[in-house]
Design a protein around this ligand. Structure first.
Ligand SMILES: Cc1cc2nc3c(=O)[nH]c(=O)nc-3n(C[C@H](O)[C@H](O)[C@H](O)COP(=O)(O)OP(=O)(O)OC[C@H]3O[C@@H](n4cnc5c(N)ncnc54)[C@H](O)[C@@H]3O)c2cc1C
Length: 222
């Protein structure tokens, strides 16, 4: 008797409307989308489909779980299939997305002594955690290539900005790791470029933190 292999069902494609697209500089855009009626957690992503295609890319949600809209921080790659579409959208355009999914949990465990480290759009899951009610981390390091137009987004947060290029260059985030104090119960969360994540994880492993306290999500490979 021949047995047909079971095919995994493709996730449903949910329609959303683009509400606004705000350039922050250095090819990074904040994209506002209409809400969906499914619950999600800080650290979750949605897959955004290229128009008229079954191809999609994941993007981390950056807003509060309590907002009546979804928000993404997207780096635009000029030849990119989905990032270019997202950053060049206009309010009112329609897109299709997947239900939220994810494993990176910057808000967990509750009550942890937290250190957040992000490069570029890797800031998104951390913003979502803080905006959704997770207490700010003890230290919050963000590496960007150039200063961005971020207004008051990070007001009141213990943010250390590290600019790696141009006139306002202050150095790389990874140059500051040895200055970060850790306790036996400290949890490290790193998100963004693979090179930064590898350096961060290896640094804190060497200083004795166990794997269960090292959390990461890679957006981009250099
Ligand atoms: C779990 C997860 C979450 C993510 N969340 C976010 C997010 O919140 N925000 C965000 O901006 N991105 C995020 N990404 C990355 C995102 O999913 C896409 O990979 C990215 O937007 C490129 O997709 P694209 O379709 O535009 O480019 P593609 O069509 O895949 O690539 C086309 C061309 O773009 C260029 N390109 C693509 N990727 C790179 C790269 N890494 N470096 C240099 N050139 C490149 C290359 O020239 C490439 O040939 C996430 C990735 C993962 C795995």
């Amino acid at each position: 008797m021949s047995r047909k292999p079971k095919l995994a069902q493709a996730p449903p494609q949910l329609p959303v409307r683009v509400l606004d697209v705000t350039p922050l500089g250095d090819e990074i855009y904040v994209v506002g989308l209409s809400a969906i009626s499914l619950p999600w957690m800080p650290g979750d992503c949605i897959a955004v489909y290229a128009p008229g295609s079954a191809q999609s890319r994941p993007y981390s949600l950056s807003g509060s779980v309590h907002d009546d809209r979804l928000e993404l921080w997207v780096r635009r790659f000029p030849g990119g299939l989905v990032s270019r579409t997202l950053c060049e959208c206009r309010p009112g355009d329609e897109l299709e997305i997947s239900p939220p999914f994810g494993w990176f949990r910057p808000g967990m465990p509750e009550g942890a002594d937290r250190i957040y480290l992000a490069t570029g759009t890797g800031i998104a899951p951390f913003l979502s955690a803080i905006r959704s009610g997770t207490p700010p981390p003890r230290e919050f390091h963000w590496g960007v290539r150039e200063p961005l137009h971020i207004g008051t987004t990070f007001q009141g947060l213990p943010l250390s900005l590290h600019v790696s290029r141009g006139e306002k260059k202050t150095g790389r985030l990874t140059g500051h790791l040895s200055g970060i104090r850790i306790e036996t119960h400290t949890h490290i969360y790193a998100c963004g470029l693979d090179q930064m994540i590898e350096q961060v994880l290896s640094h804190f492993r060497k200083r004795g933190l166990p794997e269960s306290q090292l959390h990461s999500e890679c957006f981009f490979t250099a």
